[in-house]
Write a protein that binds this ligand. Structure first.
Ligand code: 6PG
Length: 482
């Protein structure tokens, strides 16, 4: 290390793109002495042009030497191989007890490996989900740090200062060990995907079903955003319906191609949920529907072979009380989506021994993050109950509200589907609710089928052990296998 360099900074940021730069400026606003580094000298120069006194450093060794030990270094670089490349370059320059925090949307299994690898070198590694986009990073994000608990104490104050505040409380908390922070952020994004798709389906019903104009849709969403559906995604969606393309003067939304992209966090949520056999059907279909949208030319070709698109015109005549019922169906589905995501977190916490606190997670999602909503206050209260509820549907108040909105939800979904509307998130949210509230499923038939063709065995009601039958021999008795 350069002996002439003074270690005066409390935290260093590697990666001075939009997120890294804004987070660093946010820290400086709160009185912290922080420094930035980027491999690209232009990004360092860009930091120097920002108002405020946040210095940038172009030399990695000097950057490291300028940070007080035990060092706290945040990485905000693209997820994937770049994270490993930065860690490899960085770790030989660090001292035992230093902490690296990956603030990107890294795959949690990669984080798990990085934690182990760096632990062997005496270094702490945190996976920290950060939500809120550019504005959140600058003015207050929601943060989900996971890793070594003792190491968290070194960065607790700074994170609490820069976090968004909900009812005066910071939207950051120690999530749990290992890669739990990145896992929780992944599930946050899965919920985000499903809510976005839900709002897209509501848009389709309002526009193609009820024949509402963009202006009318804007007004409805704005009014919903003043009630129990208040949320960041509702607010920005309302804005989108009031945004004009400056060149043509037309609504920009109407000019945007109906093909959605994604970076993978939604897909991971589905994949990892399936790994632990935990159903999150609304997130699954939200991911699939984005993928389906990519088959634009095939969809266009097939459209002429079916009545689906023209059938939609018939819905309008069937609608009465539409806006009121749609609001109920959106609320119902919103809650079902959150419930699925939270049940995944509960189950993952048990599977990986993370001891996640669902009340704390709800609490830090109340502000700053993309899925923040008025409902999160209710969810926070529900998960704070003692003894803890097993599932969000088990909360008395929430359960009663869903029960009340169930008839309208069923009506909106079934009527719209009769007229050709595809409602993957609405329908899956309702199906999930209905299956989870049904003590009897037709799954006995699945077991019989499996045993019939593959001798996979079945269990009998009220009996111990597993059984197999010779299904082609009528009245052959069940054979106990174990
Ligand atoms: C956030 C967002 C952010 C990003 C996601 C989704 O919480 O601030 O979730 O992380 O928008 O990566 O991106 P895709 O839709 O491109 O997958």
């Amino acid at each position: 290390m350069d002996a002439n360099v003074q270690a005066e900074f409390e935290l260093g940021m590697i990666g001075l793109g939009t997120m890294g730069r804004n987070l660093l400026l946010n820290m400086a606003d709160h009185g912290y002495k922080v420094i930035g580094y980027d491999k690209n000298p232009k990004q360092v120069e860009l930091l120097d042009t920002e108002p405020g006194e946040v210095p940038g450093e172009k030399d990695l060794a000097r950057f490291i030497a300028k940070i007080k030990t035990p060092r706290a270094i945040v990485l905000l670089v693209p997820a994937g191989k770049i994270v490993d490349a930065v860690i490899d370059e960085l770790s030989p320059l660090l001292d035992e007890g230093d902490l690296i925090i990956d603030g990107g949307n890294s795959k949690w299994t990669d984080t798990e490996e990085r934690v182990k690898k760096l632990e062997e070198k005496g270094l702490h590694f945190f996976g920290m989900g950060i939500s809120g986009g550019e504005e959140g990073a600058r003015k207050g994000p929601s943060m989900m740090p996971g890793g070594n608990k003792a190491a968290y104490e070194h960065v607790k104050n700074i994170l609490e200062s820069i976090a968004a505040k909900a009812k005066g409380e910071p939207c950051v908390t120690y999530i749990g060990p290992g890669a739990s922070g990145h896992y929780v952020k992944m599930v946050h994004n899965g919920i985000e995907y499903a809510i976005m798709q839900l709002l897209a389906e509501a848009y389709e019903l309002m526009k193609e079903g009820a024949g509402m104009s963009n202006k009318e849709i804007h007004e409805v969403l704005k009014s919903w955003n003043e009630g129990r559906l208040q949320s960041f995604l509702m607010e920005i969606t309302a804005d989108i319906f009031n945004y004009y393309d400056p060149e043509s003067g037309e609504y920009l939304l109407d000019k945007i191609l109906d093909v959605a992209k994604s970076k993978g966090t939604g897909k991971w949520t589905s994949q990892f949920a399936m790994d632990i056999n935990l159903p999150i059907p609304s997130i699954d279909v939200a991911v699939s529907t984005r993928d389906l949208s990519k088959y634009k030319s095939l969809r266009e070709k097939l459209e002429s072979r079916s009545r689906v698109a023209s059938d939609k015109k018939g819905l309008k005549a069937e609608l009465d009380n539409f806006q009121e019922e749609l609001e109920k169906a959106v609320y119902f589905s919103f809650v079902s989506v959150y419930a699925q995501g939270m049940f995944l977190l509960k189950t993952a916490s048990e599977a990986y021994d993370w001891n996640l606190n669902l009340a704390e997670i709800s609490k830090i999602w109340r502000s700053g993050c993309i899925i923040r909503s008025a409902f999160l206050e209710d969810m926070y209260q529900a998960f704070s109950a003692q003894p803890p509820i097993e599932h969000l549907f088990g909360d008395d108040e929430i359960g009663a509200k869903l029960q009340e909105d169930l008839p309208a939800t069923r009506k909106v979904i079934s009527t719209a589907m009769q007229f050709g509307f595809s409602l993957p998130v609405f329908a899956s949210a309702l199906n999930y609710y209905q299956s989870m509230h049904d003590g009897r499923m037709p799954t006995n038939l699945i077991q019989a089928q499996r045993d019939y063709f593959g001798a996979h065995t079945y269990e009998l009601k009220g009996e111990e052990g597993t059984y197999h039958s010779k299904w082609t021999e009528a009245f052959a008795p069940s054979i106990r296998i174990s």
